[in-house]
Design a protein around this ligand. Structure first.
Ligand SMILES: [Zn+2]
Length: 260
């Protein structure tokens, strides 16, 4: 259980479970306990060194990790948060800037980022997503109350309806980055959610948490749009669509062939 200890789960008792907006004193007391998930995989101890030592697992490759069974890893450097109707999630928007991403969904090609040229000619109008880098409090109860101070950098990607909801909070309460927000999902398929501001952003009170998120952003921030779609050049699109077939036989060649 070394890994879980590192995640700070053993500190559950040190965290006040807060109903609604906590008092100033509550912040002072419990925010020092915020821990971050340790993703430094080199420290993960082999479950059974005897079993694994004899096998070359390629652990020097960043894509290979030995972890306890049950551990899941996202294929994206920054995972897109998905909401379920069975559980509320607690998040905090990191910056007061939004990343607006246009993309096309193309059958057999998947989702590709719009570059404003050939893609729009071929696939029509793009869809628009509004992206926010967020802190996800990963260990909360069904109502979104903190159980332990386990946080991770994720990305919130919303369509215009959810974006409008967030703008309403901003208009009524102030900059979104100042708050923790509890998200209630009303429709899993279309990720329709409602957002409730639940007090100051708790993670910002912890220097360790701020450093962790800042490092993660520095390292993986550039990959934030990868959860929406992949980048494709016009040449790559042409190739996939079969539009790059070499020019046909010229008229001159035809003349030669038919001897005219
Ligand atoms: Zn386009």
């Amino acid at each position: 259980m070394d890994k879980f200890d590192d995640m700070g789960i053993e500190n559950i008792d040190d965290i006040d479970i807060i109903e609604g907006t906590p008092s100033e004193e509550a912040y002072e007391e419990d925010t020092e306990e915020i821990e971050v998930v340790d993703k430094d995989t080199t420290d993960i101890r082999l479950v059974d060194a005897l079993d694994f030592n004899a096998i070359d697992l390629g652990l020097s490759t960043p894509g290979v990790v030995v972890a306890e069974t049950g551990t899941k890893v996202s294929r994206f450097p920054v995972e897109r948060i998905k909401f379920t109707t069975s559980k509320k999630e607690r998040i905090s928007i990191i910056l007061d800037k939004v990343i607006i991403v246009k993309s096309h969904y193309v059958e057999d090609m998947g989702s590709i980022l719009c570059n404003g040229s050939l893609c729009c000619e071929q696939f029509g109008l793009p869809s628009v997503r509004y992206l926010f880098p967020i802190v996800h409090y990963e260990d909360t109860d069904r109502r979104g109350q903190l159980m332990s101070a386990q946080i991770e950098l994720k990305v919130l990607a919303v369509g215009v309806d959810n974006y409008e909801e967030l703008l309403t909070i901003m208009e009524n309460k102030g900059p979104l980055s100042e708050f923790d927000i509890v998200v209630t999902c009303n429709d899993e398929q279309y990720q329709k959610c409602s957002y409730t501001e639940v007090g100051e952003a708790k993670w910002k009170k912890s220097k360790k948490a701020r450093n962790y998120i800042s490092e993660r952003l520095k390292k993986d921030g550039k990959h934030i749009t990868s959860c929406i779609g992949r980048t494709m050049t016009d040449a790559q699109i042409k190739k996939e669509l079969g539009l790059d077939i070499a020019p046909g036989i010229s008229d001159i060649d035809m003349d030669d062939i038919f001897g005219e």
